[in-house]
Ligand binder design. Structure first.
Ligand code: SAM
Length: 290
């Protein structure tokens, strides 16, 4: 029987490490078992599945995933937290072999070192099929895009992020909050909001609201070269989002920007905020044949 962490356990573990949670690393730990179970249920985790968790912290969500029968590959940047975690998981009843803990920066982690760590720790060397994480808030978008780019076996994700960031990720073209994160996430997945989370389920309580975001991978609309060129155009369009595309895209497309955009079937006087990711891709392809 796996037991989840409550407020008393979280505080005791933090006291053991003499840990002062840092804002820099987005360290807000979940202290509420119901919230953990809600995240695991929204992720649709099934028994026997391998899940990647970014930023396991003291292990609140890791234990919920293991309770649901998943094996977890947990990637934590903070050395003290990464070192303590296996001991905590074992003490709370997690079966041996149901977790690998990797100390790494999630913005740099790649599949091969993860497999090697799993081998070294006596775990299974299967690749993760889901990402479930309470992401560090200041780096949640780059971490998410890095994982989607480099871990193609991950077919779906359920991440908790700052509410404003989640709304941006899930925004559709035409909305004021649609931007580079929304367009880039749409390259890889369908993104939708999956519920609000109150501040009191964390220790320490953050001063922003949180939200759950569900991602379901879809076939990418192009290859790696297409993606890189499309993302460069997305960055240019939203770097100067108030400007018309025929102006904002000059730094990437040159003086012929307007003609290229038109050839892609897109209005050069439009702004980036109305374009779908497929529109951006069409511009990238038109630029190549210019
Ligand atoms: N999953 C835990 C929970 O729900 O209680 C902790 C979540 S806390 C919001 C974010 C965690 O991510 C912290 O443990 C922090 O140390 C870790 N973290 C921050 N930046 C990271 C990075 N670049 N790579 C991996 N972990 C990171």
């Amino acid at each position: 029987m796996v037991k989840l962490l409550g407020p008393a356990e979280v505080r005791a573990l933090a006291a053991r490490l003499d840990l002062t949670p840092t804002k820099k690393l987005g360290q807000n730990f979940v202290i509420d078992g119901n919230t953990v179970r809600r995240i695991v249920a929204a992720a649709g985790v099934t028994a026997g599945e391998r899940v990647m968790e970014i930023g396991p912290g003291l292990g609140s969500l890791t234990l919920g995933l293991i309770e649901a029968g998943a094996s977890v590959t947990a990637v934590e940047i903070d050395r003290r937290l990464a070192e303590l975690l296996p001991e905590t998981l074992a003490a709370m009843g997690a079966p041996a072999g149901s977790y690998d803990v990797v100390r790494a920066d999630a913005m740099e982690v790649m599949p091969d070192p993860l497999r090697l760590t799993a081998l070294a720790q006596g775990g299974e060397v299967d690749d993760p099929s889901a990402l479930v994480a309470n992401l560090p808030y200041n780096v949640s978008v780059p971490v998410l895009l890095h994982v989607l780019e480099h871990f193609p076996t991950i077919r779906r994700g359920l991440v908790m992020v700052q509410a404003e960031v989640g709304q941006r990720l899930a925004a559709a073209p035409g909305s004021k909050i649609y931007g580079s994160p929304s367009a880039k996430a749409a390259w890889y997945a369908e993104v939708r909001l999956a519920g609000q989370i109150g501040r009191q389920v964390f220790w320490p309580a953050p001063n922003v609201d949180s939200i759950l975001v569900r991602l379901d991978r879809r076939a990418e609309p192009g290859d790696e070269r297409d993606r890189r060129e499309t993302f460069a155009i997305v960055d240019a369009a939203f770097g100067q989002r108030r400007k018309m595309l025929r102006q904002s895209l000059v730094p990437v497309l040159g003086a012929g920007a307007s003609a290229i955009i038109e050839r892609a079937g897109v209005d050069p006087t439009a702004r980036g905020e109305v374009l779908t990711i497929l529109d951006f891709l069409r511009i990238a392809l038109a630029a190549r044949s210019a």
